[in-house]
Design a protein around this ligand. Sequence first.
Ligand code: C5P
Length: 220
Amino acid sequence: VAPGALAGKHIIVTSGPTHEPIDPVRYIANRSSGAQGTAIAAALRDLGAKISFVTGPASVAPPDGVDVIAVETAQQMRDAVEAALPADAAVMAAAVADWQVKNASGSKIKKDGSGTFPALDFTENPDILAWVSKLMNGRPELVVGFAAETDDVIAHATAKRLRKGCDWIVANDVSPETGIMGGAENTVTLITEDGAEDWPRMGKDEVARRLAQRMADALG
Ligand code: C5P
């Protein structure tokens, strides 16, 4: 694929974790450095795409040459994705928190020494990938999701692809012994309607370049 293969295309990439406040100083979050999403945005940019990079509070810096939309919560990420539409493709690489704290406090919860502890009530966050995948109007032509699994990776990711309604799933095994979380390398399986394709272990930058090229081929 020649550079410029994605010229004229607009692609939304979500990346990083979301933070769901408990009170003004505390939050719950998923583990995510944002490394893979950042690499994907850079690789798509390198092929000439215009990138809306919707990122939660990641530990790696966003790439140059993309539109950075910084958000904190899943709800803000959903709204930012909606505002960035329409797009030719969307890659949802963010590790979105599944729940938000329903009874989040507007002021810092105090340790009152009573021996009773605050109880958190949760409510479900919007599933951004499923929502974009099922848009009746203005669905991106190609929607790519991720599946971070610790067991039965292909079976779970294949089911997830159907459940979410996305076109492709990039599945990876994030068991602690793989060192993938926060590491520089990744071992992924690309799940499409044609089946599962195992990619060898490679750097996250190389995973991103390969994925970007596949996307360019698919978007023609
Ligand atoms: O259901 P699960 O979190 O395993 O799905 C992972 C995929 O769905 C990722 O692509 C992630 O970015 C996306 N996702 C999302 N919004 C959520 C939860 C997950 O976009 N609330």
